[in-house]
Design a protein around this ligand. Structure first.
Ligand code: CA
Length: 614
């Protein structure tokens, strides 16, 4: 006891004695907390308070020191560069802001202990099938949070672009639905605060990077959803947006520095959305600047990731969410728009903390040659290596639309799928490409396929069996339709998610909807068990008479996929496939469970067969 008192006195004697007025109110400190035991000992703290730049921060906490401070052209900010020693202990300490011997403000900061095994968490990969949903439009688990104090936009389920009241609790209540469909991971469109006057339901105009939108739920509910997914053997992928923030973000009233965003002298130019400018060796600076520094939307201010402070802000923000919620992956919005070297450093620094961590970037580019530029380890002439592990297969998306709609000819029809996959030589890692038939921005697949459910089923079989990481968009399993001409049409509410809904597609599917759900579930649940589909190489044969045959195989497993895109039954010329088929004696169609005679394979028109070979 005596010894502790002595130590306390010793510690106290080191403290400078300041008169305390504490007359400066701290408005923001971000990150809102941090952890001990991180790989990177450095932490950049943003501190926002009136005139705070005229004070000097002081900290007395074992293992934590102020390496430097960075001031900007705005006296209401100081960036404190902390150094956290490897042996620092979790706990709270005061940051005191001092001027002329007087303590003007104090802020209690916390360093937490990390979850055990946090750094070595696994991530998503080609084993996974990812379910994408928009939480405002999936299920309303808690009608009490539809309208929340302080949130500008009120719920209005009748408004196409309004808030409909769906939330994290609604998602958590239907994890079993997603799991039973055969999905292994969940990607929700952004869940962070979007306190915008209108169209705030989609989540891409973030107004607070450290807050879950109160209408979707609390941080605690987000963590609970993560835990529930993990208990069900599933993964959580967070949608992040570094390129732009909502113009109602708190910092827009008092920017940390003039070049925190691209201001365009108060009259922002719109982005041209021409992403080829980033890699094009012939591009003009004008076009590059418009594409990457122009605003994505007038309600979305363009962040300047070329500013070290902004870059560090976002890198730390992403790590904060990984550590806080227990994320298994990140989807990054509008990937090629922010400064590309900052994005490269982001990937490296995330993997420095979490070596297995996977990130998928939305590079919406429909030519393989241009898309390939954005994947880690691409052989780019300019020497750029994005370090981004996973890209999205937009070229294959276009091919899917065309394959099932076109009148067949030399280059039209099902050969679109073959030709798209034949471009894989351009990619550094084809197994780290996310494949999809639709998302919340592209039109719904069934609508793109002119409402043809047979085509949709074939596309589903393709998505469940082709190489890469599979992604599925909410509602297609129950035949939801909608055209991307209006975003609202592809983001309609999931029937059964709201009390009083006429139909309940969670619990009471009927007819064609039940059939499509079962078809999808059968394929994706099989995928979960098949090493060939999760990890196998791809070998495909040129389509013949609109019949496309490919194999996914490992040393021990093989799956044969046959797609007949013609309207008539066809019998395969099996000797043509001998280089694969000769190794096997029996086949089972995993959709019908029927045994297949491998010497005589007949397939009905407009159907797919997925055959497990033994
Ligand atoms: Ca709600």
């Amino acid at each position: 006891m005596k010894r502790i008192i002595l130590l306390s006195i010793a510690a106290l004697s080191l403290l400078p004695i300041h008169a305390q007025t504490n007359n400066i109110a701290i408005q923001h400190v971000e990150p809102t907390n941090w952890w001990v035991g991180m790989h990177n000992p450095n932490l950049q703290l943003l501190v926002h308070a009136q005139g705070i730049a005229n004070t000097r921060p002081e900290i007395d906490y074992a293992g934590v020191s102020i390496a430097s401070t960075t001031l900007t052209d705005n006296p209401n900010y100081v960036f404190i560069n902390l150094r956290i020693a490897a042996d620092a202990k979790p706990g709270k300490f005061d940051i005191r802001f001092v001027k002329d011997g007087e303590q003007k403000a104090t802020y209690t900061y916390e360093l937490k202990a990390r979850e055990q095994g946090s750094a070595n968490r696994q991530s998503f990969n080609s084993e996974d099938a990812i379910y994408l949903l928009m939480p405002d439009r999936f299920a309303n688990g808690n009608p009490n949070n539809d309208d929340m104090p302080g949130m500008v936009e009120k719920a209005d389920r009748k408004a196409d672009y309004g808030r409909h009241g769906g939330d994290l609790q609604g998602v958590a209540e239907h994890v079993d639905y997603i799991k039973n469909l055969g999905m292994t991971a969940l990607w929700m469109t952004p869940v962070l605060e979007n306190n915008m006057p209108q169209s705030s339901y989609h989540g891409y105009a973030i107004t607070d990077y450290y807050a879950v939108d109160a209408r979707l739920g609390s941080l605690e509910e987000y963590i609970q959803l993560s835990n529930k997914l993990h208990q069900n053997g599933m993964k959580l992928i967070m949608d992040m947006v570094f390129n732009h923030c909502g113009t109602n973000h708190w910092w827009m009233n008092d920017l940390p520095c003039k070049d925190w965003i691209f201001q365009w002298n108060g009259n922002p130019m719109r982005s041209s959305y021409r992403l080829s400018t980033v890699a094009d060796s012939h591009r003009s600076q004008y076009d590059l600047r418009q594409a990457t520094e122009g605003w994505f939307d007038s309600s979305m201010a363009d962040m300047n990731l070329g500013n070290e402070l902004v870059k560090n802000y976002f890198i730390q923000n992403s790590i904060w969410w990984i550590e806080t919620v227990g994320l298994d992956g990140i989807r990054q919005d509008t990937y090629p728009y922010p400064e590309k070297n900052a994005m490269r450093e982001w990937n490296l620094r995330v993997r420095e903390e979490y070596p297995n961590f996977n990130i998928v970037g939305e590079a919406w580019i429909s030519e393989a040659s241009k898309l390939a530029y954005w994947q880690k380890d691409a052989h780019n002439n300019d020497g750029y290596n994005s370090e981004l592990p996973t890209i999205m297969d937009f070229p294959l998306l276009e091919a899917i639309y065309r394959a099932f709609n076109e009148q067949p000819s030399w280059d039209d029809g099902i050969i679109r799928l073959y030709n798209s996959l034949a471009n894989d030589y351009l990619y550094a890692d084809p197994m780290h490409i996310m494949v999809f038939g639709e998302n919340h921005d592209a039109g719904r697949l069934l609508t793109k396929l002119n409402g043809n459910v047979q085509s949709l089923k074939m596309a589903t079989a393709f998505l469940a069996t082709v190489r890469g990481i599979a992604q599925w968009y909410v509602g297609t399993e129950v035949l939801m339709e909608g055209d991307a001409v209006q975003h609202a049409f592809i983001r309609r509410d999931f029937a059964g998610g709201w009390a009083g809904d006429k139909n309940d597609n969670f619990n009471n599917r009927k007819g064609a909807q039940a059939d499509m759900y079962d078809y999808t579930a059968r394929l994706f649940n099989y995928r979960k068990t098949s090493d060939a589909l999760r990890h196998g190489d791809l070998l495909h044969f040129l389509p013949n008479n609109e019949v496309y045959v490919y194999f996914r195989y490992t040393a021990t497993d093989c799956v044969m996929v046959v797609m007949n895109n013609s309207s008539t039954d066809q019998t395969l010329d099996t000797p043509r496939y001998a280089e694969m088929l000769s190794h096997y004696t029996t086949g089972t169609d995993i959709i019908t469970n029927q045994k297949i005679d491998l010497s005589n394979i007949t397939i009905k028109g407009k159907t797919a067969m997925v055959i497990e070979l033994k």
